[in-house]
Design a protein around this ligand. Sequence first.
Ligand code: ADP
Ligand code: ASP
Ligand code: MG
Length: 463
Amino acid sequence: MIVMKFGGTSVESAAAIERVAGIVRARLARRPVVVVSAMGKTTNKLLAIANTAIEGKREEYICQIHELRDFHSREARQVVPLAERAELDRLLDEHFQELTELVKGLAVLGELTPRSIDAISSYGERLSSAIVAMAFRHFGMPAAHLDARQVIVTDQRHTQAAPLYPETYARLADVVPPLAETQVVVMGGFIGSTREGVTTTLGRGGSDFTASIAGAGIGAAEIQIWTDVDGMLTADPTILPGGHRVKTISFAEAAELAYFGAKVLHPATVLPAVEKNIPVLILNSRRPEAGGTRIVKEAVPCGNVVKSIACKRKIVLVNVHSTRMLMAHGFLHRIFEVFDRYETPVDMVSTSEVSVSLTIDNPRHLPEICEELRQFSEVDVETDQAIVCLVGDNIRYTPGVAGRVFGAVEGINIRMISQGASLLNLSFVVAEPDLFRAVEALHGRFFGELDPEVFDRNGAVHG
Ligand code: ADP
Ligand code: ASP
Ligand code: MG
């Protein structure tokens, strides 16, 4: 068995779903289990509907729901067999009626809770998975739809739920292999449910994570992440187009890149795969022949120091300063305890004798956090910052990397630096307006020459 996950753009239209069917058909012998994201930008649209509802704009949300239904209906009709048209209409009626009721309820309450956000955003994957299963039958493949909420069991941390592995693996192992004997199993990514059956989600971009959980649960031979780029590239194409394809990379390197902003892979994806040592491939659904990126246990020997440059934008830098810190202990603990209490993860930290700088990417509770910190220190906050993160297994073995990095970005104000925590990354913070210049300079410096075993020059076609 293999797991094949198709992201939002890969199932955004009838034509895209037809392409997916072709890709899956060519791999039928490997008994594919297919995980799909919501079609196109559906998750964003569902969240927009929820927000319109709590603002009390009734006409607007009704109109948004109609548009979303029309979109699904229009695309799905083209890929669903005539014999299943009635079933498609029933599916759409049922789901959109339910959604409308839910949204009306929100409008009355005027409040959006994490639990209701999950209930609403789950409709994207619930619809796309049912539609793709019908489409596969239309294109002549036996296909079975599986509601992911029956097999992905999670904790109750709505919008960021974590899988309860033993139960999830047991259910997957029970349900999926018998179905996959004779049919292509199609399930939605991103969604799960608590033991009590309440719908949860694994966090934005979480369908990659579902694919890897499913792969680990059924002991898949491979986990394929099909997306809209040729694979992991040497730079984030939304910041610096024209990067090169990385043909192979280690789990540890890929995880680090994902954590520091490479959206092509959800940061939690590699965990289940590493545990079961299942290779993960990133592939382009518009160019299946492109080769992709293979993520494996050990990095292959590479002539380049850096594999890729990731960036995390919209970062907030918090500087905490206190003379009371001098010679005192327990100060860092006090600071982190505040961030912890507001469930705000800290990405980078740097300390000096009387000050600590840290970065966060979720400023939701920043005002409360600052207020508490100000009770025992001076605090200043800088928004519009970005983390630039160079990743490569060789960084740990190569002397002088920092010199080369900071030589390349000479003239750009570096706000904070971190190296050593994971040995395979070197990160620093710049103001957002300097981000492009920094990445461009670094890319030129580290990828002028490429080890052909690891990189494919000009193999990077976006879209
Ligand atoms: P999907 O909907 O298939 O999950 P995503 O939009 O989540 O796709 O992820 C793919 C996108 O990730 C690419 O279109 C690209 O803009 C972005 N990306 C960021 N960093 C990288 C990188 N280093 N290599 C490739 N893609 C990257
Ligand atoms: N549909 C979800 C999102 O947009 C999950 C995913 O696409 O991976 O975040
Ligand atoms: Mg994604």
